[in-house]
Ligand binder design. Structure first.
Ligand SMILES: [Zn+2]
Length: 387
C-alpha cells in the first residue's frame, strides 16, 4: 500500500510509532514564517467556523452518535474561547493564555442554501478507511474553502488524527481526519483514556490553522527547532504519553507543556498562547479567509408546513440505483424537484411533476444526495443515500 499518505506517515511518524501515546500525522510546512503577535492578537469580532462531520463507518460502533459529536463541539468552543479548566497553567504562563475568539458551529446550511444537520453518515466495506484515499470519494468534502470538513474514520490504532496545513492539500482532501474513539467526551471516548476529553480535535484544528507543535517541526524537538511563535518557549520534549504537574525545563527555559500543541494527555492540555492565536487569526485572514465568508452557521427556516399539502414519499431510501418520489397528498398539485450532490452541485431538475417521478442514481457514486421538492407554497429538502 505504497500510496502518498502512508509515505507521509512513515516520514513523519516513524520516530513515534514505536511508542504508545498520542499520534498526529500533520506534516508541518518546510518554511515556518513567524507572525507578529501585535498585528493579529488584539481583540476582534468572533470568527465562527462552519463544521461538517463525515462519519464514515464499517463497524456499527464507529457510526458515532450525534451526542458524541455535540460533546466535541462543546470542547472546541470551550478550548478556543479559554472557557475550559485552566487551573494547571503554571503561574509564569498565565498572561500568555489566549481567548482565540474563534468559535465553531455544526453547519446548518449547505453551500446551495439547503438545510443540513452538519453530519453526513456513510457506510463502507473498507477496513481502516481513515488511512486511505478512498475516504475522500466515499464521503466527498463539502466546499472546503468555506467549511471545515472533519472525517471521522477508523485510523487503525496508533494514530489519533491528522490535519492538512493551509495550502498543503487539494480541496477534495483539505480538512481533518480523526479516529472515532477520540471524538468528544461521551460514547466511544469514554473508553479512550487518556485521549478521552476531545483534545485530539483541538490539537488538529491548531495544525489546520497553521500551528506547529511547540517543540518544532521535528518529532522529538531540539533546541534549534522552533514553532515560529514568540511566546511558546523552545522545547526539546514532546511530552508524549506524559502529564506533568510542575515546572519542566528544557532548552534553558520552562516548557509550556500544558499547551494544546504538545503530545500530552488530554487532561493536561489547557491553553493556546497569544502568539498561537495571532498565527491562527492570520491564517483566517489570509489562506483560509473563505471560512469567514459563509452562511454555513445560519439555520434554514422551513415555514410551517401544511402536512397534508406536503406529503411526499421517497422510496427506496437508501437506494442502490432507482428511487421514486410520490405525492401522497390529497391535492395533486404539480411540484418541482432538483437533485443535488453533497457539495451542492445540481445534477438534475424537473419542473411540474404530477403525482410521481422515478429518478436514477445508477451512474453516480455512493454517498449523500439532496432532493429539493418545491410546490408553489413551500420547499422541502430530503436526504437520499446511494449505497
Ligand atoms: Zn500534531
Amino acid at each position: 500500500m505504497q500510496n502518498t499518505l502512508t509515505l507521509i506517515f512513515c516520514l513523519l511518524a516513524s520516530a513515534v510509532f514505536s511508542q504508545s501515546g498520542r499520534y498526529c500525522a500533520a506534516v508541518s510546512p518546510e518554511v515556518i514564517t513567524s507572525i507578529p503577535v501585535t498585528e493579529y492578537a488584539q481583540s476582534r469580532d468572533i470568527i465562527t467556523i462552519s463544521v461538517i462531520f463525515h462519519v464514515v463507518w464499517k463497524e456499527i460502533e464507529d457510526n458515532i452518535s450525534e451526542e458524541q459529536i455535540l460533546s466535541q463541539m462543546q470542547v472546541l468552543n470551550d478550548d478556543f474561547r479559554a472557557q475550559n479548566d485552566q487551573s494547571n497553567v503554571l503561574f509564569g504562563f498565565q498572561d500568555d493564555i489566549a481567548d482565540t475568539e474563534i468559535e465553531f458551529c455544526l453547519a446548518q446550511r449547505l453551500p446551495n442554501g439547503m438545510a443540513t444537520s452538519g453530519i453526513i453518515r456513510t457506510q463502507t466495506d473498507e477496513n481502516i478507511i481513515g488511512l486511505k484515499q478512498v475516504l475522500y470519494t466515499t464521503s466527498p468534502a463539502v466546499d472546503s474553502e468555506h467549511y471545515m470538513n472533519v472525517w471521522v474514520a477508523d485510523l487503525g490504532g496508533g494514530l489519533n488524527g491528522m490535519a492538512s496545513f493551509p495550502g498543503t492539500a487539494s480541496p477534495d482532501k483539505d480538512g481533518i481526519v480523526i479516529d472515532p474513539n477520540y471524538v468528544g467526551t461521551v460514547g466511544l471516548a469514554e473508553d479512550a483514556q487518556p485521549y478521552h476529553l476531545g483534545r485530539t480535535l483541538t490539537h488538529e484544528i491548531g495544525h489546520y490553522l497553521n500551528l506547529i507543535h511547540v517543540f518544532g517541526p521535528t518529532t522529538g524537538g531540539t533546541c534549534t527547532s522552533d514553532d515560529g511563535v514568540e511566546d511558546t518557549p523552545l522545547s526539546e520534549n514532546t511530552y508524549l504519553g506524559d502529564c506533568p504537574t510542575g515546572i519542566e525545563f528544557s532548552c534553558e527555559s520552562s516548557d509550556m507543556w500544558m499547551n494544546y500543541m504538545y503530545f500530552t494527555d488530554d487532561a493536561c492540555m489547557s491553553m493556546f498562547s497569544n502568539g498561537q492565536k495571532a498565527r491562527m487569526i492570520a491564517t483566517l485572514e489570509n489562506e483560509r479567509i473563505g471560512l469567514q465568508n459563509t452562511e454555513g452557521c445560519l439555520s434554514v427556516s422551513i415555514s410551517d408546513l401544511d402536512e397534508d399539502a406536503f406529503n411526499f414519499q421517497i422510496y427506496p431510501n437508501p437506494t442502490i440505483d432507482f428511487f421514486e418520489i410520490k405525492n401522497l397528498s390529497s391535492s395533486s398539485t404539480p411540484f418541482d424537484i432538483s437533485l443535488y450532490s453533497s457539495e451542492g452541485k445540481m445534477i438534475f431538475e424537473q419542473e411540474s411533476v404530477r403525482e410521481s417521478i422515478l429518478l436514477s442514481l445508477e451512474n453516480y457514486q455512493t454517498g449523500l444526495y439532496f432532493i429539493s421538492i418545491k410546490t408553489t407554497e413551500v420547499e422541502k429538502v430530503v436526504k437520499v443515500v446511494k449505497l
